[in-house]
Design a protein around this ligand. Structure first.
Ligand code: SF4
Length: 334
């Protein structure tokens, strides 16, 4: 999996949509849009810091609506990035956009300018949830856009959210199933955060929307992580990045700076519980083997997993063992 080493945020100033979780309308006109010169400057800086590694890196335009912004502006950004991909200094260009702004004409423009990966903000595959959250597109449009992207030879990433208004854990599981059936090259999972100045933020303050708790989001996302990986689909992001805006404007919702770690840790806990039960391990002292890279996840934040297993009678000690696959555990017979 290539990593975006030049990431530019492209706000959709003046976006006509009204997604329940987005505060675009309260910040319209305030957010600076990058210009072609900013793209070149970011690429040049990255070339200096990455050296030869830039050949495996991508220039990424994030923001979620890249193909919905003004066409001439979109092309000016691509024209600035394309020379770096054409001569092999970067591996490709990555964009994120809405499913209803993908068609053959847009795809041929993206192809022309060296775009390699397209991420779609699907968010949910339940039309009721999409409508309740003002997304302005349907699940069918996600399926159609994914098919067009694949047929045109791009890599595809799909993004989903948990805890949207009107959604449930089962709803999120069904969304994950439907997204996996579209065979994306990667997915991102974002628990919904209610921000000040958004429909959800206001509904949250009025007590009309209850966001997921951190515990609920960790439990569900740990399960979704395992599900996607069982289908051979890497989850390249779990939870929103930290930002001053997020910290200042969060009204509610399960944000944590190490959200992925919490999910990985929970997934290991569930595996340990299952194996202890399946192998009918009697309570008392137990030695558990884990991949050295996952030792701290197995222990859990503040020894959470050790404490949870102690509460059901197991006094566990962890031992690093390189032969144990990552995200798995083995119970030592010795
Ligand atoms: S999240 Fe929705 S409202 Fe916000 S910029 Fe994207 S499409 Fe527009």
């Amino acid at each position: 999996m290539r990593h975006a080493n030049v990431a530019l945020f492209v706000p959709n100033n003046g976006c006509p949509h009204a997604c329940s979780f987005c505060n675009q309308h309260t910040i319209t006109g305030v957010e600076k849009q990058p210009e072609a010169a900013d793209v070149r400057a970011a690429a040049e800086t990255a070339l200096k810091s990455l050296g030869e590694k830039s050949k495996d890196a991508e220039i990424a335009f994030f923001g979620g609506s890249f193909t919905a912004i003004k066409r001439s502006y979109m092309i000016s950004l691509l024209e600035a990035a394309w020379p770096y991909v054409k001569d092999g200094r970067f591996a490709g260009i990555r964009i994120s956009t809405r499913p209803d702004y993908i068609d053959d004409e847009i795809l041929s423009i993206l192809k022309h300018y060296g775009v390699t990966t397209i991420e779609l903000g699907a968010q949910s595959m339940d039309d009721r949830v999409l409508a309740l959250n003002g997304r302005g597109h349907t699940a069918e449009q996600v399926e159609k856009a994914s098919g067009l992207i694949r047929a045109a030879g791009f890599s595809i990433g799909l993004q989903m959210m948990t805890g949207l208004m009107g959604d449930t854990d089962d709803g999120a599981r069904a969304t994950a199933e439907k997204l996996a059936d579209l065979s994306p090259d990667c997915v991102r999972i974002y628990p919904t955060i209610a921000l000040r100045g958004t429909v959800l933020g206001e509904a949250c303050e009025r007590g009309e929307y209850r966001p997921q708790t951190l515990e609920e989001a960790v439990e569900l996302c740990a399960e979704l992580l395992g599900f996607f990986e069982s289908r051979g689909i890497p989850v390249i992001r779990l939870g929103l990045h930290a930002s001053p805006e997020l910290e200042q404007n969060r009204v509610g919702g399960p944000w944590h700076p190490a959200f992925r770690e919490l999910c990985e840790s929970r997934r290991l806990l569930r595996k340990m519980e299952l194996k202890l039960k399946k192998e009918k391990v009697p309570s008392g002292r137990v030695k558990i083997l884990v991949n050295p890279k996952c030792l701290s996840q197995a222990i859990g934040q503040n020894k959470e997993n050790i404490c949870k297993l102690a509460a059901v009678g197991y006094d566990v000690s962890f031992y690093p063992d390189i032969s144990v696959p990552r995200s798995d555990i083995a119970i030592s017979a010795g």
